[in-house]
Design a protein around this ligand. Structure first.
Ligand SMILES: [Zn+2]
Length: 276
């Protein structure tokens, strides 16, 4: 359930349009110059994250994020070209349906001017139990994840978590926090780990609300996290270092105040959504 920073493909990004735009934005921020487009660039400005209401800084526009995401997803398509389920595959249809339900609920609840075209979910036919989001709205989920968590509500839990990372613009915040040398994400440090874990907890909180708005019972979510078991792979070890423990995540989401909020949203929306 990680989210892929811009840095993930930094090596290949250097000559790309989004990276060059990002560098120009950084240069403007550092020199206090006006952005190219005042209406879009709000580098260094404060934004409020939905639901948690935490204020954070972001360094570039959503359109730059979207372009970076397009670049990233092309990389993913090239790398996994033989492992991507076709759109007409029953599992693709099911996952896309769940994702669409969450996105529509998000738009309804948050009154967003949302461009659906920026969102894309790729299902990778791989045994790893993994879901990831990329800057700008690109999400991947593996068939290993679908096998381990077969119900729609479980899938919604992980999709909503990845969507939450994107909506909260965590990738943009990471760049602000860690400056120019983005590959730091690949070598988590004692300073970085608490920040990454905080972002995971925030994404969990947001996703609980998004799921509830989409008509998925939020009371199931702590059980879903509790169900996740160690695979013994390097990936799991990696997640254990950058993510809070599953036990802690389940406990935080089970808190009475948090669940009460989510249940209020769920009950409000459950009449219009068909629960799975
Ligand atoms: Zn995450």
């Amino acid at each position: 359930m990680g989210f892929l920073f811009f840095s993930d493909c930094q090596h290949n990004l250097k000559s790309s349009q989004p990276y060059q735009r990002f560098k120009r934005t950084l240069a403007r921020v550092r020199s206090n110059k006006e952005p190219e487009n005042k209406g879009e660039v709000y580098a260094g400005n404060l934004e409020t994250i939905p639901y948690t209401k935490r204020k954070h800084f972001v360094l570039f526009t959503k359109s730059t994020e979207i372009q970076a995401g397009e670049f990233r997803i092309q990389e993913v398509r090239r790398k996994f070209k033989d492992d991507i389920l076709p759109p007409e595959h029953p599992e693709s249809i099911r996952v896309h349906s769940i994702g669409t339900k969450i996105l529509k609920a998000m738009q309804r609840e948050l009154k967003l001017e949302e461009d659906y075209n920026r969102w894309e979910i790729l299902i990778l036919d791989q045994p790893a139990v993994k879901a990831s989001s990329c800057i700008g709205g690109k999400i991947t989920i593996t068939t290993g994840m679908l096998d381990r968590h077969p119900t729609d509500t479980e899938i919604a839990t992980f999709l909503a978590h990845e969507i939450a990372h994107v909506v909260a613009r965590h990738a943009a915040e990471g760049i602000k926090l860690f400056g120019k040398k983005l590959p730091i994400y690949n070598k988590p440090s004692l300073i970085l780990l608490p920040v990454l874990r905080r972002l995971e907890i925030e994404a969990d909180y947001i996703s609980l609300h998004l799921m509830a708005a989409a008509g998925y019972d939020p009371r199931i979510v702590p059980q879903v996290y509790a169900k996740r078991t160690k695979t013994g792979s390097g990936l799991c070890h990696y997640l254990s270092r950058t993510h809070p423990s599953r036990k802690k995540r389940a406990r935080l989401l089970s808190r009475a105040r948090v669940m009460k909020e989510a249940m209020a949203i769920y009950q409000k929306n459950n009449g219009t959504q068909r629960q799975s």
